[in-house]
Ligand binder design. Sequence first.
Ligand code: KIV
Ligand code: ZN
Length: 407
Amino acid sequence: MEKKKIKIFDTTLRDGEQVPGCKLNTQKKLKIAKKLELLGVDVIEAGFPISSPGDYYSVQEISKSISEPIICALSRALEKDIEIAGDSLKYAKKSRIHTGIGTSDCHIRYKFNSTREKIMERAILSVRYAKKFVEDVEFYAEDAGRTDNIFLAKICEYVIKNGATVINIPDTTGYCLPEEYGEKIRFLMENVHGIHKIELSTHCHNDLGLATANSLSGIMNGAKQVECTINGIGERAGNTSLEEIVMIINQNPNLNLFTNIKTKLIFQTSDLVSKCTGMKVQANKAIVGINAFSHSSGIHQDGILKKRETYESINPKDVGSHDFSIVLTARSGRAALAYRYQKLGYFLNKNSLELVYSIFLNYADKKKEIVDKELEIILKEANLEKDKLFHHENDHSIVEKNKLNVV
Ligand code: KIV
Ligand code: ZN
């Protein structure tokens, strides 16, 4: 069966940038947009142009300098928003307006003090108006996660009739369970007239840590586009992280899906976004955290040194990361210690290792992590020169001797 393509809609520069303390200027936005183009994303949501002159300018500059991905600008379902979004995109080679409105009863009642009928009318008018500026119009049903499915299906049907090319089903508050979100997408796929003319898109927030699981459930039930951000940054607990959803698709051939992402550029893109936004990546973040390929317990270290696959399901090289690292703690074993000494050029034989390991444990019990400098100190303390306990048959013994002045 032929693999189906899942489009990657990156919203790092819009939803991602909505994080407190993460304002990006045009220069930084451009730098990230260029990297996203190299990474192979299909759509770059470049900003929300009505929100500020700076954001308008950023969308315009990105439109001028990016060729391959579609450049998308966000708007509310308001004529002025849509006009400004359309104008900011005038230099884009491929442009899209992303317009929409809250569709849950909670949003309709408390945000808009309105009715379902009036919201439906605004949805239709906004899509029609956006079509005056661009051919490609994506409609978002904000808070679709908590929107009644029958009403959501009706809105979808009407916006399709009025020209929407993509419909975004955001789980704005990260409310849904994966099964529930998947069922919502399936319900729309099965009940909306004209749904096969357009593409459904997932846009899942991470309030319960389910953003990636929900996006996956969405694409397994018919969505063709995933909205996501690098490092999962975004409002509150963030969005679906690009690296997670892309690697899930990559690692699971049974899904029969593919994306255009050049996975070897993931790590450097993550690093660039982290540096530009000042948002540190949590150490245990999947795929791009500094601990994602670090091993510290003796059992794992022993396994990984025998065969990487024993404790890693992803090859760090596939995401452009450094090779696995062996972190030395009081939980580390002899194999890990010997490996780290080898990296420093010391090849310890069995007796040497035994002695050095007992000294190492004394140090490790007092410290979180033992680093190279301390390994050298431990070796000196073991006083191996006198005992000549190195593995002399090994070619590297020369290096050892030179290093320790053992002659
Ligand atoms: O989370 C959300 O609902 C959004 C929309 C504006 C697309 O970001
Ligand atoms: Zn969002």
